[in-house]
Design a protein around this ligand. Structure first.
Ligand code: 5AD
Length: 367
C-alpha cells in the first residue's frame, strides 16, 4: 500500500507504475486511484462534465471488424443513412436544448458522395447554429473511420474541429487478431497522425476486455495515448454481439463481465492520472454492462458524456453490441443525470460550452 501511495505521488509514471495501478484489486486501493484521478481532474480541467450529443447518422460500414455488430458481413439488419435535412434538424434541436457540441458518427464509408455529404452537413450545421451563446456554432466532432488526408482536411475546413478514431488496441498483434487482413494497424496509426497534423483535436481509445487482452496490453495502450499526444479518449468494455465471429466467446464474456467493468473503471482513472489534461468520455457501453455504468465512469475521472440523439426509429439499427438501446428519453435522462452528478459527486453538467480538452492548447506549441 505504501508503494501505491509513492506511485500516486509521482508526476510521471513508468510502465511498471501503470501495471501496478491497473492490477489493483482491493476496494481500498481502487478507492485510492479513484480519489487521485479526481484530484488530477480538478487540478487540470475542473469538475465540469461536458456534453456531446451523439448522432449516429449511418450504420453503413465497409469494415469487417470481428467484434462489431455493424460489420459489413452482418446482413441481418437494415442499413440506413439519415437525410441531410434530418441530421441538420437534430443538430439545431440539440443546440436549442443547450448542447454546445455534437458528434456525427457513422460506419466507415469511403467515397466522394459521402465526403461531400458530410462536408455539407458540417458546413450547414456550423452556419445555422451560430447564436449569442454559441458565436462559433455547435462544436462538431466527427467519427467516420479511416479516410484519406484530403478527406479529413476537407471536413476540417468545413468546420469539424475534433475527430475520434479508436486504435481499438495499440498492440499490432491484438489489432490483427480482431480485424481482417485488409484493415491494417499501420493505416489506422497513419490516420491518427494525419488528423493531428491537420489540426483536429484528436481522440482515440481501445476496447477493454477483448479475448486474449492482458494488463500489459492495456498498459501499452495508455503509453500509446501519451506518446501519440492524444487530446481525447473514448474507451469502453467489450460487449458481446451474437452475430459476429466472436459469438463463441459469449460464455467467457459473461464470466468476465464484472472484471471487465472494473478494468474499464481502472483504465479511466489511470489514464486520467497519467494523461492529466485530456478529455475522457464515460461511454454508453459502460451502461450496457453495468447499471449506472456511465455515472461510475464519471466518478472515476471521466469528464465527457455523449447522450444519444439518434432518432428513436434508428436506434435499434445502430447495434454495435447487444443491450445497447437502453436509454430512451435523452432529454430526461440528461437532466436526471445532471442532478444526480451534482448531488452525489458535486460535479456540474455544463451546457452552452464546447468543453475542448485543455491538452490541445497546452501542447499546441511544437505541433
Ligand atoms: N463492444 C464494445 N465496443 C464495440 N465497438 C464496436 N463493437 C463493439 C463491441 N462489440 C466500438 C469500437 C468502435 C466504436 C464505434 O464502437 O471501438 O470504434
Amino acid at each position: 500500500m505504501n508503494r501505491l501511495k509513492k506511485i500516486l505521488d509521482r508526476k510521471s509514471f513508468s510502465k511498471e507504475d501503470i501495471i501496478t495501478m491497473l492490477s489493483l484489486t482491493s476496494d481500498h486501493d481502487i478507492d485510492l486511484i479513484c480519489k487521485k484521478a479526481n484530484a488530477v481532474l480538478l487540478d487540470h480541467i475542473g469538475s465540469g462534465i461536458y456534453l456531446r450529443g451523439l448522432i449516429e447518422f449511418s450504420n453503413i460500414c465497409s469494415c469487417d471488424c470481428y467484434y462489431c455488430g455493424l460489420r459489413k458481413s452482418n446482413k441481418d439488419f437494415e442499413r440506413y443513412i439519415l437525410k441531410k435535412n434530418d441530421i441538420i434538424a437534430i443538430a439545431i434541436n440539440a443546440a436549442k436544448k443547450g448542447f454546445a457540441s455534437i458528434v456525427l458518427q457513422s460506419g466507415e464509408i469511403q467515397n466522394e458522395k459521402f465526403t461531400e455529404f458530410v462536408a455539407d452537413c458540417v458546413n450547414k450545421i456550423k452556419q445555422i447554429t451560430k447564436s449569442d451563446s454559441l458565436p462559433d456554432g455547435l462544436g462538431i466532432t466527427l467519427c467516420c473511420g479511416e479516410q484519406s488526408n484530403d478527406v479529413y482536411a476537407k471536413w476540417f475546413d468545413a468546420g469539424a474541429h475534433r475527430y475520434l478514431l479508436r486504435i481499438e488496441s495499440s498492440d499490432r498483434k491484438l489489432f490483427e487478431k480482431f480485424h481482417p487482413p485488409g484493415q491494417s494497424y499501420r493505416s489506422r496509426y497513419e490516420c491518427l497522425k494525419s488528423l493531428k497534423s491537420i489540426g483536429y483535436q484528436t481522440g482515440t481509445g481501445v476496447i477493454i476486455g477483448l479475448p486474449g487482452q492482458t494488463v500489459d496490453h492495456l498498459t501499452e495502450d495508455i503509453i500509446f495515448f501519451r506518446d501519440m499526444d492524444i487530446d481525447m479518449l473514448g474507451m469502453g468494455p467489450y460487449i458481446h454481439h451474437n452475430n459476429t465471429p466472436l459469438s463463441d466467446y459469449k460464455a467467457l464474456w459473461e464470466k468476465n463481465r464484472n472484471d471487465t467493468f472494473l478494468m474499464s473503471m481502472k483504465m479511466i482513472a489511470v489514464s486520467r492520472i497519467v494523461l492529466k489534461d485530456v478529455n475522457i468520455a464515460a461511454t454508453t457501453a459502460l451502461d450496457a454492462i453495468e447499471v449506472n455504468g456511465r455515472e461510475l465512469g464519471v466518478s472515476f475521472g471521466a469528464n465527457v458524456l455523449m447522450p444519444l440523439l439518434t432518432p428513436e426509429n434508428h436506434r435499434a439499427g445502430y447495434k454495435l453490441y447487444e443491450g445497447k438501446t437502453i436509454i430512451d428519453n435523452i432529454a430526461e435522462d440528461t437532466a436526471t443525470f445532471a442532478q444526480k452528478m451534482h448531488e452525489k459527486f458535486e460535479r456540474i453538467v455544463i451546457f452552452d460550452k464546447w468543453g475542448d480538452a485543455p491538452h490541445y492548447f497546452n501542447n499546441k506549441i511544437g505541433r
